[in-house]
Ligand binder design. Structure first.
Ligand code: OGA
Ligand code: MN
Length: 203
């Protein structure tokens, strides 16, 4: 399975400009249809293995109700997305000296009625997450299905971002954001570009 090479399909200059100005960027039509279809298949064929994300050390959280599956070597199609993000991290390091060393990622599934309340991905800068990315995996999405990413940019401005298929949202991990209640099954890959070091605070 051949994904479109990163340099060809992403407007890197635009992404770097947007990150610099707003702390977030959107990329549409990220991958080929063939790649997206194989990713959808890999995701949906593993749904039975997804676990409640809002449970940590046996404690149930009311902050989020999605289910997740961490991505490892058993998920070769998703690994290609991580490879693309590793290449992207090098460009970010060159442009902004961010010191990104690794990418950690999980699939997420929000079923109808599920959400993720307002949060930052890097509370108190304790988990080495520098940049957050979310790639939307479902095959179609309609505006009235909810499930938008609501995000405050680095200038304090709020944005409502549709989880459009084949879209990648990229944002500083310290920005406030939430996933509004979804009315349909919503599939994604969340990946964090990290400076490496402590991995005790996953979640
Ligand atoms: C997250 C998150 C946003 C989204 O996984 O931490 O905020 O749009 N996801 O799925
Ligand atoms: Mn988040």
């Amino acid at each position: 399975m051949q994904r479109t090479s990163l340099a060809e399909s992403w407007n890197l200059d635009q992404i770097l400009d947007d990150l610099n100005e707003f702390g977030f960027a959107l990329v549409d039509d990220v991958y080929s249809n063939e790649y997206v279809q194989s990713l959808v298949h890999e995701c949906t064929s593993h749904l039975a293995e997804f676990r409640a994300a809002g449970v940590q050390n046996g404690v149930v959280s009311h902050i989020r109700s999605d289910h997740i599956l961490w991505i490892d070597g058993q998920l070769p199609i998703a690994q290609q997305h991580i490879k693309a993000l590793e290449e992207f991290s090098q460009a970010l390091n060159q442009a902004f000296y961010l010191g990104i060393k690794e990418v950690e990622a999980h699939f997420a599934c929000y079923n109808a009625g599920e959400f993720y309340a307002l949060h930052r991905d890097n509370p108190q800068q304790k988990n080495d997450r520098i940049i957050s990315t979310v790639f939307y995996v479902h095959e179609s999405w309609q505006e009235d299905w909810g499930g938008q990413l609501r995000l405050q940019d680095k200038n304090g401005q709020w944005h409502i971002i549709q989880p459009s298929p084949n879209r990648l949202a990229i944002f500083q991990s310290d920005l406030l954001h939430e996933v509004l209640r979804s009315k349909q099954q919503r599939l994604s890959i969340t990946a964090w570009l990290r400076s490496g070091g402590s991995i005790w605070n996953q979640g």
